[in-house]
Design a protein around this ligand. Structure first.
Ligand code: PMP
Length: 351
């Protein structure tokens, strides 16, 4: 690290995303991307912008996308905040957390970006241990805190909290922000956005990366009471007055509008997940119940690290986390039926 920079950069321990190999053709089941391409309408919209208006700055507020999302989700436009992927939305949210003196709470096994943001922004946090079966212990979130963040479904387990469970957490927490990170909600869960009217401290974060096949475009958003959104906008506008680029704004609008395409592809992924779960269970795997576009699996006799390496030799990439409690599990993203058949064949060969 250059001596010319402050201690900030030297002191942070950055997030390491899943591998994106460039040299070799893998079946990629390691970063929870959607196996299906985005709606053709997205590509058309992006082409038009690329041909006609890239020399112009984008709309700083992304009003058309906000209007589209507002209409789709039945919310007012000023209840929506846009960001470059939900990672950026989450980063702004962490930056904006109220400093109450109490720690913010999140599960001990969860999206590994949360502790990174908390450390970067010097936010005190407490990890809430998951139950033995990896379920989120709802009542552990009733203690005094400076805010809460929970992914629903959780990552990398896929475990899901019902709307009633989320509401119970909200009923015990009206002092600080409760963030529900719904990156994977479209694969079988029920969104907490319905509760926004009732709970002005609820922020629901969503992304177009997973269920809309747009991980490469980087579009995320948050939904919440206008006062929460105003705070996020103040912080964001102090960094970057433009929200998203023109390609992302145009593509995202069409991704939301093509409801038929979204329904078909997301349902297909849930169906494939259920089929693969059954096949793996027949082979002796433990598969945690998942409402996401991935499954978390463990074999009684073959170690997860060994499976990970052998699958890689078979040109199949999955995610292995060398972390306490989950180091004998693999997270496997749900690909197309063909990809998953190849995965199952490779597993048969290995075990
Ligand atoms: N939240 C969770 C729980 C995730 O797993 C991810 C994807 N890694 C994100 C948020 C961020 O997704 P994106 O920035 O692509 O919207």
């Amino acid at each position: 690290m250059s001596k010319y920079w402050s201690k900030l950069a030297a002191g942070v321990d950055p997030y390491v995303p899943g591998e994106q190999p460039k040299d070799k053709k893998y079946i990629k089941l390691n970063t929870n991307e959607n196996p299906y391409p985005p709606s053709p309408r997205v590509l058309e919209a992006i082409k038009t912008v690329a041909n006609e208006s890239l020399k112009l700055y984008p709309d700083p507020n992304g009003d058309e996308l906000k209007r589209t999302l507002a209409e789709y989700f039945g919310l007012k436009k000023d209840r929506i905040f846009l960001g470059n992927g939900s990672d950026e939305v989450l980063a702004f949210s962490f930056m904006t957390f109220f400093d109450s003196g109490f720690p913010i709470l999140f599960p001990d096994i969860t999206y590994s970006f949360y502790p990174v943001y908390a450390n970067l922004f010097k936010i005190n946090y407490e990890l809430i241990p998951l139950n033995d079966d990896f379920a989120i212990p709802v009542d552990q979130f009733f203690k005094p805190n400076g805010g809460i963040i929970i992914p629903n479904p959780n990552a990398p387990t896929g475990e899901y909290l019902t709307l009633e469970a989320i509401e119970e957490i909200l009923l015990h927490n009206n002092e600080h922000v409760v963030i529900i990170d719904e990156a994977y909600i479209d694969f079988g869960g029920e969104s907490a956005r319905k509760l926004i009217d009732k709970y002005p401290n609820l922020l629901v974060v969503h992304t177009l990366s997973k269920s809309r096949s747009l991980a490469g475009l980087r579009v995320g958003f948050a939904m919440g009471h206008e006062d929460l959104i105003e705070g996020l906008n103040r912080v964001k506008n102090s960094f970057n007055s433009y929200t998203l680029d023109r390609l992302a704004l145009a593509g995202a609008v069409e991704a939301i509008k093509d409801e038929a395409y979204f329904q078909v592809t997301s349902k297909k992924i849930s169906q494939t997940r259920e089929r693969v779960t059954q096949d793996l269970q027949i082979m002796g795997f433990k598969v945690l119940p998942s409402k996401a576009n991935f499954i978390f699996i463990s074999h009684p006799s073959v170690k997860a690290e060994e499976l990970f390496l052998k699958l890689k030799e078979e040109s199949i990439l999955v995610r292995y986390f060398k972390k306490p409690r989950i180091d004998n599990f693999l997270r496997v993203s749900i690909g197309s039926d063909d990809e998953m058949d190849n995965f199952l064949k490779a597993i048969c060969k290995i075990i």
